[in-house]
Design a protein around this ligand. Structure first.
Ligand code: GLU
Length: 557
């Protein structure tokens, strides 16, 4: 019989507290029945992946829908993955999309909440208290195997054709060291890791309910997993068990890559005497590969849209990306949105059970559609403010144009906005510049190409006459009457129906006449409300553009 208390004291002489002290320090949260506590717990890679935002949104919605708590924990036990100040990119990404945690890490060296510290590297004392208790109870032991010994073990397992690979059973050399051997090794200053003493049996099954995936079962874990590395830093497996318990997490939502580790985690929760949280393993965010058409993970290396900052830089409104991610998260979201077009997205009854298992296919075209709808519902002032805000960071020249004449810019943003069928043309703030480029002399690019059915001589004549009659003071109906009035003298008809019944009798109809004017002034065949565009451009610009185009067509005719 080994004296586990003695070994525990030898391994952790500085630890005098016991788990019960932690239980008291971090008591169960006083939350209403059914309230869920979730966390987003990324590594500080300096970068928020779209899959991370997807997961964080699921955490956020789960907590919000149940009156619970959503917190941000930074998992920095893997030093290899860390970058200097790897936290701010994550915080910025969450902030940009309005996913504000209720507690947890708030800055490079700041946090809020009573269950901290929320950064794993600051919680070593906690892990050591739990680890010492496991040693004391004979559930963990020091392993002094060197890298060479571990390599030899792997070789042996290969030779044996062992179906399960790792440190377990007869391969676990240090599992049954005597107290004397342990003491001698420690005295000799041999480095060691702390391992879990698994009592798993590969012939037994562990069953659990995954909220997304339903009933799952795996063989029990038999591996003596590393809990603390040789520098005393915990592994993910051990750290998250301690953290999720003492932060009183009720629901662990995380990527599906962790699913197969659940047996390990359940064994650890049990060994520590903690209640296992509910698990929900969320699907990967996938895309269709442009090259070979297959589905694959969105990759940080290959895909610019892997980084959430891509959507900020492009000028997608935060509401649009969130709205889109919700369609990926819950299969009934779109129906709900159709029934509640104006409702606050956060009033959606989010349900983890409505999440697809097979992977969330990210589709930029669909995001663009959603974004156009989202922007089409905004009022002109909002579109102006948000475009300006974006441009101040990403396009100073355009910001200056907008600010130089806010009335004009606001009028331009108001074009075809409001009403039952607002125009859905703009998906991101970066598109506003080119969408309305004709509004600014500095950006305007002429394109006098006419539709095939209109010839240059007619266009020149129409423009000539129009510049005589157009007045910026005209209301829309007067404006349109003037265009209609131009039709007959030039061989066109003001009546589209009439044209369709008798196309050979006319050169075209009123739509063609207004197209000539539109092209002359905007370089486009399709724009929002032309009457207002002309008013916003003002007399000088309109007359100059009409004259330029007229001269161009005359030269051609
Ligand atoms: N830190 C882990 C990761 O970045 C998170 C896993 C979890 O949410 O439990 O993959």
């Amino acid at each position: 019989m080994t004296d586990t208390q003695k070994i525990a004291d030898l391994l952790f002489p500085e630890v005098s507290a016991v788990p019960q002290d932690l239980e008291e320090k971090y008591p169960p949260r006083a939350l209403p029945e059914g309230a869920r506590v979730t966390r987003f717990s990324p590594s500080p890679t300096g970068y928020l992946h779209i899959g991370g935002l997807f997961g964080a949104l699921a955490d956020y919605m789960t907590a919000k829908a149940t009156g619970g708590v959503f917190y941000l924990r930074i998992e920095d036990t893997d030093k290899k993955r860390e970058i200097e100040d790897g936290v701010s990119g994550i915080l910025e990404g969450l902030r940009a999309f309005g996913i504000t945690p209720d507690e947890g890490v708030t800055g490079f060296d700041s946090e809020t909440g009573a269950y901290g510290p929320y950064t794993q590297s600051k919680r070593v004392e906690i892990y050591h208290i739990v680890a010492k208790d496991l040693v004391r109870r004979g559930l963990a032991y020091p392993c002094f195997c060197t890298a060479d010994e571990l390599a030899a073990l792997r070789e042996q397992q290969e030779k044996d054709g062992a179906l399960i690979r790792g440190y377990f059973g007869k391969y676990a050399k240090c599992r049954d060291l005597s107290d004397e051997e342990i003491e001698a090794n420690l005295r000799a200053g041999k480095p060691y890791v702390l391992r879990f003493r698994s009592d798993g049996d590969e012939n037994r099954r562990v069953r659990f309910d995954d909220i997304v995936r339903g009933k799952i079962e795996f063989p029990e874990n038999i591996i003596d997993e590393v809990l603390l590395k040789s520098d005393g830093v915990p592994t993910y497996h051990f750290a998250h068990v301690c953290d999720d318990h003492f932060m009183r997490t009720t629901h662990v939502l995380r990527g599906e890559e962790w699913l197969s580790s659940v047996p390990k985690h359940i064994a650890l929760f049990k060994a520590c005497g903690f209640r296992t949280p509910k698990y929900a393993h969320t699907p990967l965010v996938l895309k269709i590969d442009e090259q070979d058409g297959t589905k694959r993970k969105i990759s940080k290396r290959k895909d610019p849209e892997a980084a959430v900052s891509y959507f900020v830089d492009s000028g997608y409104p935060k509401e649009a990306l969130i709205e889109y991610l919700m369609t990926l998260l819950n299969s009934n979201f779109e129906d709900w949105r159709r029934a509640n077009p104006e409702a606050d997205i956060y009033s959606f009854p989010f349900n983890l059970k409505k999440m697809s298992v097979s992977g969330a296919l990210f589709d930029l075209a669909k995001l663009n559609d959603i974004s156009k709808t989202v922007i089409s519902r905004m009022d002109a002032q909002t579109v102006f403010d948000r475009t300006l805000e974006w441009a101040k960071t990403y396009d100073a020249e355009y910001a200056a144009l907008l600010e130089n004449d806010p009335q004009k810019a606001l009028g331009m943003m108001a074009l075809d906005r409001g009403g039952k069928k607002p125009r859905k043309d703009i998906a991101m703030w970066s598109q506003v510049r080119s969408y309305f480029s004709y509004m600014y002399p500095a950006l305007y690019e002429k394109d006098y190409t006419l539709p095939e059915n209109i010839d240059a001589a007619d266009a020149a004549a129409i423009l000539h006459d129009y510049s005589q009659v157009w007045s910026p003071a005209d209301e829309k109906d007067v404006w349109f009457e003037k265009i209609k009035a131009l039709c007959a003298p030039h061989g066109f008809t003001p009546n589209v129906k009439e044209y369709k019944q008798n196309p050979d009798a006319f050169k075209g109809h009123v739509g063609d006449v207004s197209t000539v004017i539109r092209i002359a002034v905007t370089g486009r065949t399709n724009t929002p409300d032309l009457c207002t565009i002309l008013q916003l451009l003002g007399e000088e610009a309109v007359h100059a553009r009409l004259a330029d185009a007229e001269a161009f067509y005359r030269a051609q005719a």
